[in-house]
Design a protein around this ligand. Structure first.
Ligand code: IFM
Length: 463
């Protein structure tokens, strides 16, 4: 069976500034929450690795661009680090950063690799976090100004802009589930952060549309499709609630221009409604995007709750469902998450049938594996599991495209093994292995496989 993809399909990979750039003396980068947290809450990071020690994209950018070209990428996503460009979050622009991003964008374009540029990947400048980060409405204006500076500086070099990567995560992980700084646990505050992030997205899209810029603008969402344990009404209700809180709350605001009605009713009932001003809803209603990125890693399987939540405990979406461990599910044990390629097909169909079949692409998909050095043979990581993972997901995507889904591309997470939030270098995701001792970057077997796929614009099931 042959799987051929559309002409001009985007093939490449994604990373983010904080996860790949690193810092060096004299780069004049300002501190962001990850620089701060990885030093001051060092115990929360695997083996205590801080943001200084990432994959050194800042120093090795030209060589890394050559590595991308060696994989035949035609596109690549990274983010601009807000605190590198504007060290205090507002005010003075850092000339070293302008020079770095200019060289990076030129270098990509010269190699025929289209830059996909994201403005925010979890990395709030520390100065702005000190006044509350996105919990503070003033930070929306700071973000709007930052976005405009990026558009003004780089619009001639970038055709694809994204306002946020996974906008749910800073709210959910930073303000409810104790995974990201500032480690607050409070649903109402998380909801406020999410609402302000949505407004910040809308403001950036607005400023983009008002300016003399060419190109497209969109957002990158992390979608976890929800599956109920059974067709029992209680399980179906549990699935509906998980979907409402974690997917529809955000997707409908961005893609349909309004929050789901049921959400407001529930949050009001539990006294969890964030402050929403009247003009906010009008702004959300009038904002549209050109291109949607979807990050897909896993499904969410749920069942009806088995015991009542503590009524005096912290309100959370988990008050309405329990996670369900489906017997026989296929696991990536390094990350403790299920592998379910068909979920990508289901997402594609949902976009097609429920969200107007808008243009979209897979902006992240990948598999993080711990202890990858044990798969090194002849100096190369023999990551057949990653090739199988990619193949299975691409087959599902291909099927959805055959049925009319407007998917324009596929970006793998990630290019070179990179630093992760909390897990640092525990799980490796890259097409290139990073040797932490020597700094050497070597192509894995999956990199070679992906290169062939790109060159053929598809693959056959045999290889
Ligand atoms: O590393 C992250 C990335 O920053 C956002 N999406 C998931 C990746 C893998 O965990």
């Amino acid at each position: 069976m042959e799987y051929n993809f559309s002409k001009d399909f985007f093939w490449g990979a994604a990373t983010s500034a904080t996860q790949s750039e690193g810092t060096i003396a004299g780069d004049n980068k300002g501190e962001n929450i990850w620089d701060y947290a990885s030093k001051n809450y060092n115990h929360r990071f695997f083996e205590g690795v801080t943001t200084e020690h990432t994959s050194r994209f800042y120093q090795e950018m030209e060589a890394d661009l050559d590595r991308m070209a060696a994989l035949s990428f035609n596109s690549f996503r990274t983010s601009i680090s807000w605190s590198r460009l504007i060290p205090e979050g507002t005010g003075e622009v850092n000339p070293e950063a302008v020079d770095f991003y200019t060289r990076m964008l030129d270098g990509l374009n010269q190699r025929g690799i289209k830059p996909f540029i994201n403005l925010y990947h979890f990395d709030m400048p520390m100065k702005l976090q000190e006044i509350g980060g996105f919990e503070n409405r003033e930070v929306i204006e700071a973000y709007r100004a930052y976005a405009k500076i990026c558009f003004d500086l780089f619009h001639e070099k970038v055709a694809y802009w994204f306002t946020f990567n996974e906008p749910m995560i800073p709210a959910e992980a930073g303000y409810l589930h104790d995974r990201h700084y500032p480690y607050v646990v409070d649903f109402k505050r998380a909801a406020q952060v999410l609402h302000h992030i949505i407004l910040a997205h809308c403001e950036a899209v607005k400023v983009f549309r008002q300016g003399p810029y060419q190109g497209k603008i969109g957002i990158i969402m992390d979608v976890i499709p929800v599956y109920p344990r059974s067709q029992h009404p209680a399980d179906l209700k549990a699935a509906e609630m998980a979907d409402l809180f974690y997917t529809r709350s955000l997707n409908e605001a961005i893609l349909k221009g309004r929050y789901p009605q049921e959400l407001k009713a529930i949050l009001t009932r539990y006294d969890q409604m964030p402050r929403v001003e009247e003009q906010d809803l009008a702004l959300i209603a009038e904002t549209t995007i050109d291109l949607l990125g979807i990050n897909y890693y896993r499904p969410r399987r749920v069942k009806a709750k088995e015991s009542l939540p503590n009524p005096e405990g912290v309100f959370s979406p988990e008050w309405f469902y329990d996670d369900y461990e489906m017997p026989g599910r296929r696991m990536n044990t390094s990350r403790g998450i299920e592998i379910y390629p068909h979920g990508l097909y289901d997402i594609a169909k949902k976009i097609q049938l429920k969200y107007g079949n808008i243009d979209w692409f897979v902006s992240e998909n990948g598999i993080g594996i711990q202890g990858e050095e044990t798969f090194i043979e002849g100096g190369q990581v023999q990551d057949n599991y990653r090739i199988a993972f990619l193949k299975e997901h691409l087959i599902e995507l291909h099927q959805a495209m055959m049925e009319g889904s407007n998917c324009l591309g596929y970006h793998m997470w990630t290019f070179v093994d990179c630093w992760s939030w909390q897990n640092a270098f525990k799980n490796r995701y890259g097409f290139y292995r990073l040797d932490l001792e020597t700094g050497e970057k070597t192509m894995k077997k999956s990199g070679l496989w992906f290169k062939e796929v790109i060159q053929k614009n598809g693959f056959s099931n045999e290889f």
